[in-house]
Design a protein around this ligand. Structure first.
Ligand SMILES: [Zn+2]
Length: 141
């Protein structure tokens, strides 16, 4: 018997990315499913049981790339706003420096969620991935 969470079709990419930005599983929308605390990762979604890496050894690199995009994107956005509104150079650089340190720390779990959405878009779950998730859910319950 298939778990109802595995019957649905793949959500649209924007929806999966937004779910990731809110620390939800990109596949099922389960709340805080990748992380049991802000920095402690679990191997599977605690709601649907889908494995995050799904045999892809470079998964961490993708999440790190999402972190770079989020951090640099925010800093570039800050710099553009600063130039438009004529912010002095020293405050501009101090805020950019704080952002360069703070955003990766704060957004760490979000980068994994966003990357999971992109990864699920590029590599939809295989029947083996679904079977592994079903097995994990049986053992959990
Ligand atoms: Zn899930």
């Amino acid at each position: 018997m298939t778990h109802p969470l595995h019957d649905h079709t793949r959500p649209a990419l924007p929806r999966m990315i937004i779910r990731g930005l809110f620390r939800r599983c990109a596949w099922c929308g389960g709340k805080g499913s990748f992380f049991s605390s802000w920095y402690k990762k679990e191997a599977q979604c605690q709601t649907c049981g889908i494995n995050w890496e799904r045999g892809y050894e470079g998964y961490e690199l993708g999440a790190a790339t999402m972190g770079v995009f989020m951090t640099f994107g925010s800093i570039i956005g800050w710099m553009v706003i600063s130039v438009i509104f004529g912010v002095a150079l020293v405050p501009l650089l101090v805020v950019a420096g704080v952002m360069a340190i703070g955003i990766p720390i704060i957004s760490y779990p979000l980068t994994y969620g966003v990357w999971q959405g992109v990864d699920l878009f590029l590599r939809p779950p295989s029947p083996e991935d679904i079977a592994q998730a079903e097995e994990w859910l049986k053992v959990k319950s």
